[in-house]
Design a protein around this ligand. Structure first.
Ligand SMILES: NC(=O)C1=CN([C@@H]2O[C@H](COP(=O)(O)OP(=O)(O)OC[C@H]3O[C@@H](n4cnc5c(N)ncnc54)[C@H](OP(=O)(O)O)[C@@H]3O)[C@@H](O)[C@H]2O)C=CC1
Ligand SMILES: O=C(O)[C@@H]1CCC=N1
Length: 255
């Protein structure tokens, strides 16, 4: 198989790395040649958009505003176009005569193989082609097929989600410093706190509110902190933040 990757930036470079054993050739199309310097041996080949047409599957990983030019040049491409571009609908890509489309919303955790990858397919993708795409994406994390109408929501929830989590993690680190815990120790503790809490929820599949109450002793320390979180409207702040991100994703789709 030959895979093309157009846009070898934050995300495209990770796809290029993770697909290294999945294809005989990986054709990389990138404006900034410095970003290609570490991909200097097979299966990687530097390519332009015309050469990328030789691929069986092209990953489109440019910013939304750059996508129309790329798609214009790839017009009529008859392989699989796997797009991770936020706000770019399958029907929009089909207008360029590209019919086999996999729309994906990944997140940056693909870097460590722990990404969340929402997928939707155009009707022209056969079940074998869908399975091929899913098996490739499984190298990057957890793959879930969703209705395309939910893409703006997952863009906010899991696509942008890591950025929101990082802000919260950063606040935990600041609090640790304030309480006298050195930064290196705080990082060791806090990163595992987040991972452990997430794994607990995944493994038990019990509601977070149940676990919240199990942690909270009567008249203890946790309930004091929880009441302060309510006073600062942490929950509605998180909800409003995600909804504003969702609205922006809807705007991108409408453009
Ligand atoms: N970053 C993330 O966490 C996520 C991103 N996405 C989506 O992934 C896409 C890529 O995001 P990200 O990787 O962060 O973006 P980057 O800007 O890091 O990467 C895009 C790359 O594409 C290059 N490029 C632009 N136009 C062309 C062209 N015509 N031919 C070849 N290369 C080109 C850019 O070069 P230059 O900078 O010189 O223009 C840049 O190096 C976006 O559409 C985004 O919505 C989805 C989920 C998560
Ligand atoms: O910020 C963005 O628009 C993209 C989409 C999801 C993550 N990054």
């Amino acid at each position: 198989m030959t895979i093309g990757i157009v846009g070898v930036g934050n995300m495209g470079s990770i796809f290029a790395e993770k697909f290294s054993k999945e294809a005989e050739r990986i054709l990389l199309v990138e404006k900034d040649s410095e970003k290609l310097s570490r991909f200097d041996a097979p299966p990687y080949e530097v390519a332009d958009l015309e050469k990328a047409r030789e691929a069986d599957l092209i990953v489109l990983a440019v910013k939304p505003q750059d996508a129309p030019v790329v798609l214009g040049t790839l017009k009529g491409f008859d392989g699989i176009l796997l797009s991770i571009v936020a706000g770019l609908k399958i029907e929009e890509i089909r207008k360029y005569g590209i019919h086999k489309v996999a729309r994906i919303m990944p997140n940056v955790a693909v870097r460590v193989g722990e990404g969340v990858l929402a997928t939707a397919f155009s009707a022209d993708m056969s079940s074998e082609e869908r399975e091929l795409v899913k098996s490739l994406l499984e190298k990057l994390g957890f793959v879930v097929e969703i209705e395309e109408k939910l893409f703006s929501a997952v863009t906010a929830l899991t696509g942008s989600g890591p950025a929101f989590i990082f802000v919260v993690v950063e606040a935990f680190l600041d609090a640790a410093l304030k309480m006298g815990i050195p930064l290196d120790t705080a990082k060791e503790l806090v990163y595992r706190l987040f991972r452990g809490s997430a794994e607990l929820l995944i493994e038990t599949d019990e509601h977070p509110a149940l676990w919240k109450h199990r942690v909270s002793s009567p008249a203890g320390t946790t309930i004091e902190g929880l009441i302060t979180m309510e006073r600062f409207a942490v929950r509605s702040g998180v909800i409003e933040s995600l909804v504003s991100s969702y609205k922006r994703a809807l705007e991108l789709e409408e453009k």
